[in-house]
Design a protein around this ligand. Sequence first.
Ligand code: HEC
Length: 147
Amino acid sequence: MKLAKAFAIATILAAGTAQAEAERTDPNAIAREELMELVGKNTGILGDMAKGKTAFDAAQAETAKAALVEAAGKIEATFAEPGATDPVSEAKPEIWTNWEDFLVKAKTLGEAAGAMDVASAESIGAGMGKLGGACKDCHTTYRVMKE
Ligand code: HEC
């Protein structure tokens, strides 16, 4: 327990944000977080292969790509209900006032993931810019970036 706590504190310090460690309570905000964590995880898998941080694995790359396409397709349903104002949520209210634009950005993510050639670490690397651009484009407008 003590160690776990020390680790958690170290993580908070490293991330420079105590907010990220707080628990969400609104089910909508929890669902959004889970979906985005999945997006982050699979983007990380592809990014690590592209950078040579992990060995290229064709099956794993295909799975990650498919998971990203699927997750992008779930953004609309998962974000549809703003739910209660959750102080831990990083979702900006503009999502729901600019819903159509938000969906365009979700679609762009799905297209970038779908277009990614996962045949080799090099081809993944070639597609990472577009994928990362889709994340950044949406986060810049619709996510509260806590530093
Ligand atoms: C259509 C908009 C959109 C796109 C595209 C998008 N995100 Fe997000 N992302 C969000 C929003 C909004 C939040 C904040 C959700 C909340 O806190 O309720 C978020 C939160 C996150 C989080 C934080 C999850 C947490 O633990 O709180 C991660 C990680 C993340 N996104 C990764 C990515 C990555 C990687 C990509 C691109 C491959 C991506 N996102 C693409 C809108 C998007």
